[in-house]
Design a protein around this ligand. Sequence first.
Ligand code: MLC
Ligand code: AMP
Length: 452
Amino acid sequence: MASVPLLTALHGGSDRPDALRVDGRACSYEELLGAAGAVARRVSGREAFAVEAGASLETVAAVVGGLLAGVPVVPVAPDAGPDERAHVLRDSGAELLPVDFAERADFSAAVDDAGEPDAGGGRPALVLYTSGTTGPPKGVMLSRAAIAEDLDALARAWEWTADDTLVHGLPLFHVHGLVLGVLGALRVGSRLVHTGRPTPAAYAAAGGSLYFGVPTVWHRVAREEAAARALSGARLLVSGSAPLPSPVFASLAELTGHEPVERYGMTETLITVSARADGPRAPGAVGVPLPGIATRIAESADGIGELQLTGPTLFDGYLGRPEATAAAYTDDGWFRTGDIAAIDPDGTHRIVGRASTDLIKSGGYRIGAGEVENALLAHPAVREAAVVGAPHTDLGQEIVAYVVADGVSASELTDFVASRLSVHKRPRQVRFLGELPRNAMGKPQKRLLPPL
Ligand code: MLC
Ligand code: AMP
């Protein structure tokens, strides 16, 4: 198999001392390659390894090190509770690797001209854990070929070049912050400023040309007029991971002078549809399919239905779950996104909802209702639990738990969930009911839950 170099610009070599800045610490490409080389040496020969993926140079070095060595990297959310962390490590078989950025090694002798090995022998580059409607998170296997295709398509769509300075403050254990936000910069060669947290003040101070954010970040920027106005010197503001509310689109356009570019994606498919830097942008519209991506709307009378796709950016399946992988595709081989969409006559895609209410998006994080319900049911006082996403101006959706329980308070239950799962999986509201509404078959009916 021919090698597929992924981090072309990193190997091509800018000699800027601050090519990369993560949460206040800067490094050059040479320093990053040295630290990544040390990681590559340590993991070489392993099946996979995990890294605690905080917003740090260590996380970047670990991921690049895995790519250099051709060993799959499993980023773990730093705030993952013990249950979630244990699940990810057990399911992936990966051990957590502590990383010391000061440790340096030259790994270039072990790799080919492109600075990377032969596609890791067909193994995934990354395994990213993401929630489904039920059960614990599944590991999504992403190949370096899929990542390379996606980043190149996005670079073309956004006219993203080495002259850009990319700014964002997104988590480094998901597609948005890690694949686009870090590997994208190292492939294209743009300077990267990761702000640690994506606060409006940090975005305003960073002086970038290209900004990434989830809608919650853009909502917060749009609320702080001075910070928003400071982005007027940028070239492109990109929003994704959840629907960007129309009022936020309008405020950003007014305060920054830039209509944001919206793009749509999933962990399993990477980014597949996007507005273009040289094309129209409209609230509620996520643009057109990237080159190589084919989309269709599943049969429906009114042209609104499940969005299905095929293309070179799709995942290699869920780790160790062939049935779940097969179930994600239609019989004729299209990936079922579970998102409800419409396609305008000019090809513009609009995401109008989700097929299942059991996948919640809060602050851009994907949260399975079933995982939170199981965490609640593990509490001895809880007899029944139903978790839903309720509309929320800042977060898009907030997690609301309806429980049947005795002798326990709402805050005890949220703390209990937080002690097992990541912070953002905590219910924001807990409602106590005498019983859950059920249909004649005895199945809980979330549609019939009392309004908040
Ligand atoms: C949270 N908090 C709670 C709570 N939940 N407190 C009590 N009860 C609860 N239920 C605490 C938090 O710990 C935090 O505390 C404070 O409340 C504020 O929390 P928040 O409102 O959630 O804000 P914040 O922590 O600032 O996070 C917002 C955010 C974050 C936007 C920065 O949600 C985020 O990083 N989202 C990005 C997700 C993402 O990258 N998704 C991409 C998936 S890939 P404290 O003490 O810490 O202040 C993908 C593909 C694609 O989707 O298309 O891109
Ligand atoms: P994740 O796997 O965390 O990447 O979540 C993927 C989901 O995020 C998709 O299935 C969509 O529901 C949602 N999503 C991503 N981008 C957008 C967008 N621009 N507009 C609406 N929903 C989006």
